[in-house]
Design a protein around this ligand. Structure first.
Ligand SMILES: O=C[C@H](O)COP(=O)(O)O
Length: 257
């Protein structure tokens, strides 16, 4: 059985005060649950959120982990503005989101670069969340599975089956991100099953059955129940709704029911 994994991607939102208030409110409003939960604040607030998380480690059944939204594949050096995986670990990160569609579209991230980042993350013990997803144009022209195949295959290129097993894949159709338009549960399940089938072809059934595939794209308390009920949807990567503690906590609660 795959353990449900809910992650909040705060993107470029919150002030330092708001980040502090948000993590405090998430702890206050979330009941203890047997699932994996992560928050991914902006890089500059990772340390502060990390300290708060550490001070709550006594909540044995509410283990919130810290994730970053991106990283560079090199260890250190003349890469102005970049942050290394070691730096993320140093401030307490367990996860790192890689290949988010906003980074692909707005910051020219390529499958090759994303693959380098995944290799580095795994080499140092950070757990990658690889985001893949097609644009509206690609879906309307019937190319969604082709796009997903390329992003998945190239993103995971040259990884061993045991490395792939520790990755999470987030299927995020670009047309559903921040638009209020969620993929229907059936549409999402179809793509998740396709992704799992590809993982089985490339790495074997055991790996395919172990990898968690999150859905992302306008997830909210109103639609999570039907999404999480699908056989191949193992959790969610949540943007907008993760900025409201009550919505994020409600989503967690619905998933644990
Ligand atoms: O990383 C999260 C996704 O981009 C989804 O964002 P959203 O929930 O605001 O649509």
């Amino acid at each position: 059985m795959r353990r449900i994994f809910i992650a909040g991607n705060w993107k470029m939102n919150t002030s330092s005060t708001e980040a502090q208030q948000l993590i405090e409110a998430i702890y206050a409003q979330t009941n203890d649950h047997e699932m994996d939960i992560a928050v991914c604040p902006p890089t500059v607030y990772l340390s502060a959120v990390s300290s708060y998380i550490k001070s709550n480690e006594q909540r044995k059944n509410l283990q919130i982990k810290l994730g970053a939204q991106n990283m560079h594949w090199e260890d250190k050096g003349a890469f102005t503005g970049e942050v290394s995986g070691q730096m993320l670990q140093d401030v307490g990160c367990t996860y790192v989101v890689l290949g988010h569609s906003e980074r692909r579209a707005l910051f020219s991230e390529t499958n090759e670069n994303i693959n380098k980042k995944i290799h580095k993350a795994l080499a140092i013990g950070l757990l990658p969340i690889l985001c893949i997803g097609e644009t509206l144009e690609e879906r309307e022209s019937g190319k969604e599975k082709e796009v997903i195949t390329e992003q998945l295959t190239m993103g995971l290129k040259d990884l061993s089956p045991s490395q792939v097993e520790t990755c999470t894949v987030a299927y995020e159709p670009v047309w559903a991100i921040g638009t209020g338009k969620t993929a229907s549960p059936e549409m999402a399940q179809d793509m998740h099953a396709f992704i799992r089938q590809m993982l089985a072809q490339n790495y074997g059934d055991n790996v395919a059955q172990a990898v968690r595939i999150q859905y992302g794209g306008s997830v909210k308390p109103q639609n999570i129940k039907d999404l999480i009920a699908q056989a191949d949807i193992d959790g969610a990567l949540i943007g907008g709704a993760s900025l409201k503690a009550d919505s994020f906590s409600e989503i967690i609660s619905i998933c644990s029911a």
